[in-house]
Design a protein around this ligand. Structure first.
Ligand code: HEM
Ligand code: HEM
Length: 181
């Protein structure tokens, strides 16, 4: 296992955390969408929401570890090297993805705090971040939902770009972040 990035591929922790985060986000998005299958106030709907909250908070707990491994070592070079614009766009998208992984869980935590609702985390109850304020809860919830929807587009664009590099440009962008290659 390599803790530091190899010149031609990301380190094992970055690779594991990248794909673990994808699974986590599928679950976070999946549970909040699936809640719509159940009427308001029913137990399965509340369970779906609780799983959304707890797994969303797991994103927050994990993202800093990932960021640490990411910035503690040089990014492996893409070969053949893409153009300047492509590199800048990719950087901007990666910054936006990190902002999503940090900002969305904090916004969710703020919504529950301002709504005066408990913040569950695998048997624990986390403290509220702000005082109860229903109006503010609704405002932050609106932002959380809109940015969450934008997250679908951002993740899709990022994943498609990775596939484009692999199948069309035929460079090593994707293999740098695949396990065991
Ligand atoms: C990366 C993490 C997260 C993502 C991507 C995310 C995404 C979303 C999305 C897309 C929705 C709206 C679905 C719709 O339009 O109805 C939503 C709703 C919501 N999320 Fe999150 N969320 C995350 C983390 C959290 C966390 C950690 C909490 C709380 C601790 C939270 C609390 C909520 C609440 C209260 C709602 C509204 C639920 C409702 O009105 O029934 N979210 N989230
Ligand atoms: C099927 C889904 C996905 C594919 C095919 C994919 C593909 C890739 C590829 C090819 C890279 C290397 C790009 C480079 O080094 O320039 C990468 C890196 C990255 N991906 Fe993804 N990705 C996917 C899902 C996600 C998700 C869900 C997130 C987070 C919301 C994410 C966040 C990142 C970040 C932040 C990097 C930079 C390396 C790092 O800091 O870990 N990716 N991805």
């Amino acid at each position: 296992m390599t803790i530091r990035n190899h010149p031609e591929r990301y380190s094992t922790p970055v690779v594991i955390l990248h794909w673990f985060m994808l699974l986590l986000l599928i679950a976070v998005y999946g549970f909040i969408e699936l809640r719509e299958l159940f009427p308001k106030g029913t137990e399965p709907r509340e369970l779906m929401k609780t799983l959304h909250f707890m797994l969303g908070l797991t994103v927050l707990a994990t993202v800093f570890l990932r960021l640490f491994f990411r910035i503690s070592s040089r990014t492996p070079a893409i070969q053949p090297a893409p153009g300047w614009i492509s590199r800048r766009v990719s950087q901007a998208v990666q910054i936006a993805l990190y902002t999503l992984m940090i900002g969305m869980p904090i916004a969710g935590w703020l919504v529950l705090s301002a709504a005066g609702k408990p913040v569950p985390f695998f048997g624990l109850e986390l403290p509220p971040l702000i005082a109860e304020n229903k109006g503010l809860a609704d405002t932050i919830k609106g932002v959380h939902k809109t940015v969450g929807k934008a997250g679908y587009l951002l993740i899709a664009a990022h994943a498609l770009a990775g596939l484009y590099h692999h199948y069309v440009r035929r460079d090593n962008t994707l293999t740098r972040i695949l396990p065991g290659r």
